[in-house]
Design a binder for this molecule. Structure first.
Ligand code: OSB
Ligand code: MG
Length: 382
């Protein structure tokens, strides 16, 4: 496969409502769309880095920089046989997984379009429909949170995830259980807000029968999580701590978690995401697809990976209208029936970019051409 041109488009769209976590508050979705041109086909990718580096080390500008300086020139320098080659090609670069994933995802899409198959099929997905949950940010009051939960339960979401932080944890979880009963599939995500010093408090959450607690401890920890998991009945799910298939293997072997949240961007692309899925499947660790408040292109990629067999837990990949008044794809991603999305079957990501909506969101655009390489960047080993 030869790529002739790559476009980067920085976009910014308002969120319907602010999204607060223990890391901060988001009011807009800002990201980079990638278009990869090969022959008559165009593949799309979307970077999931946030506007500030609070979730991982990347932000929107570092993604642009890494793409422009290293990753695009390197992709132009080689003909690739298969999208699996891309993450291998980029493996010399430490981290910057979201930058790598944005470009790798666009190559996967163009590859699937060339083959005339859906991205789900190209990845070996077996599900035609996926169950989805919702991730609810920290609300100003417990009452406001209960109103949100009520609405999402009525909408049919298959998993309710609530963000917690010190001072907003046991009380809101207890209130949800009291209001909606023990059967609501409920979990909490702490985004690394606690330490082992909070053990007694975290143990209190055991009484609420949560599906799991996501990333309670430090973003770079798997040791203390293993200690904590031994003390808790509630399964721990790791998010921030898992960047590679090796991270996943070590966390599983240490007993740091019983579930893994897979985010394509966090792990550097669809190929590594699939590898982590396969490892977890072989170790009987269920996985689910996390979210980064993606716009439609990233959301379509998430649906494709979530169609793999071991994605047995509903993911955070809610429909477009949970986040945006206007998404940048058409048709917007919507429930086929309450709590269920149909995996697109058209070639590639199976959704079209709504160019008019994209122009309304566009902040910056740049095209790179394979035959106009001016860079002399030295890439080790290349
Ligand atoms: O920890 O899963 C997380 C959003 C941004 C950064 C980190 C996380 C999240 C979410 C939102 O929980 C998931 C979504 O609805 O996309
Ligand atoms: Mg999380």
């Amino acid at each position: 496969m030869k790529l002739e041109r790559i476009d980067l488009q920085r976009i910014k769209i308002p969120l319907k409502a602010p999204f607060e976590t223990s890391m901060g508050v988001e009011t807009h979705k800002e990201c980079i769309l990638v278009r990869a041109y090969s022959g008559e086909h165009v593949g799309f990718g979307e970077s999931v880095a946030m506007d500030v580096p609070v979730y991982n080390e990347e932000d929107v500008d570092t993604v642009w920089y890494m793409l422009e300086k290293y990753l695009i020139p390197q992709l132009f320098s080689r003909e690739i046989e298969h999208p699996d080659d891309v993450s291998r090609l980029f493996s010399w670069m430490r981290r910057n997984n979201m930058a790598k994933a944005a470009l790798e995802g666009a190559v996967w899409d163009v590859y699937a379009k060339q083959q005339g198959i859906s991205l789900s099929q190209a990845l070996g997905g077996t599900r035609t429909a996926i169950d989805v949950g919702v991730s609810i940010g920290i609300e100003p009051t417990v009452e406001a949170l209960l109103a949100r939960v009520d609405g999402f339960i009525r909408d049919g979401y298959k998993k309710i995830k609530v963000k917690i932080k010190p001072g907003f944890d046991v009380e809101p979880i207890r209130a949800i259980r009291q209001a909606f009963g023990p059967d609501v599939p409920l979990m909490a995500d702490a985004n690394s807000a606690y330490t082992l010093g909070d053990l007694e408090l975290l143990k209190k959450l055991d009484e609420f029968g949560l599906m799991m607690i996501e990333q309670p401890l430090a973003h770079d920890d798997i040791i203390d999580h293993a200690t904590l998991q031994r003390e808790l009945k509630t399964p721990i799910c790791l998010d921030e701590s898992i960047h590679t298939v090796e991270d996943a293997r070590k966390a599983i072997e240490l007993g740091s978690c019983r579930i893994i949240n897979i985010k394509i961007g966090r792990v550097g692309g669809l190929t590594p995401a699939k590898q982590i899925h396969d490892l977890c499947q072989s170790r009987q660790i269920p996985v689910w697809c996390g979210g980064m408040l993606e716009a439609g292109v990233g959301r379509a990629h998430n649906m494709a990976i979530a169609s793999l067999a071991n994605f047995t837990i509903p993911g955070d990949t809610s429909p477009s209208d949970r986040y945006f008044a206007e998404d940048i794809i058409t048709p917007a991603i919507a429930f086929a029936k309450p709590g269920v999305l149909h995996v697109p079957t058209a070639p590639g990501i199976g959704v079209e970019v709504n160019e008019a909506a994209l122009l309304r969101a566009l902040v910056e655009h740049r095209s790179f051409f394979a035959n106009q390489q001016s860079t002399t960047t030295h890439i080790p080993g290349w």
